[in-house]
Design a protein around this ligand. Structure first.
Ligand SMILES: Cc1cc2nc3c(=O)[nH]c(=O)nc-3n(C[C@H](O)[C@H](O)[C@H](O)COP(=O)(O)O)c2cc1C
Length: 183
């Protein structure tokens, strides 16, 4: 059976490159991986005051992660870090203290930017945030996708062959990482 991967595109933008990359990854995934793409849309702001009676959207998000076999982040870079909406989703999933819904889940990080640096700072920030609340992060290959602005056609199809090759290589490594790290 295919391993089920919650794939979080860290942008709310309709024409988001991160979302298009996440969808391209879902289409390119090998048969032993099944990617469910989502965004942080609809996840309420984290507020410790709400923890005693968490909003339904928090509970649904946490349950989705708990049932998964792994998590793949596709993040843009906002001011050399991850977007606030993505950090909010991670904060929601990390609670209650000691019971993070990411615990034990193998993780992949794909950053991207239409600019030249590929969102590398955002990816590095995720590598700082996740170790205490998640399972093992795939270390190699690293993947910081630059120049993604011309990678898709008007219908959202991936048209840049070099990017397709890199995504396929990453998916193969991530599939092996997920298979190796099932609890
Ligand atoms: C608030 C803000 C900050 C940004 N900061 C960066 C940055 O630090 N590095 C970068 O490469 N691009 C930066 N950008 C440009 C984004 O890479 C670009 O808007 C990208 O399309 C956002 O991702 P998305 O297409 O998935 O929504 C920034 C954009 C916004 C709106």
């Amino acid at each position: 059976m295919a391993h089920h991967i919650v794939t979080i595109a860290g942008s709310l933008r309709k024409e988001s490159f991160s979302l298009k990359i996440a969808n391209a990854l879902a289409r390119l995934a090998p048969t032993n991986l099944s990617l469910e793409v989502m965004t942080p849309a609809g996840i309420s702001f984290f507020n410790q005051d709400l923890e005693a009676a968490p909003p339904a959207d928090w509970l649904a998000f946490r349950e989705k992660l708990q049932k998964s076999n792994g998590v793949l982040f596709v993040t843009p870079e906002y001011n050399r870090s991850i977007p606030g909406v993505l950090k909010n989703a991670i904060d929601v999933a990390s609670r209650p203290y000691g019971k993070s819904s990411f615990l034990g889940k193998p993780v992949g990080i794909v950053s991207n930017s239409p600019g030249p640096l590929g969102g590398v700072s955002a990816a590095k920030h995720l590598q700082n945030i996740l170790p205490g609340i998640a399972g093992p992060i795939l270390q190699q290959p690293e993947i910081y996708l630059n120049g993604v602005g011309d990678a898709f056609d008007a219908a959202g199809n991936l048209v840049k062959d070099s990017l397709k090759t890199v995504l396929q290589q990453y998916l193969d490594a991530f599939a092996a990482h997920v298979a190796k790290n099932q609890g």
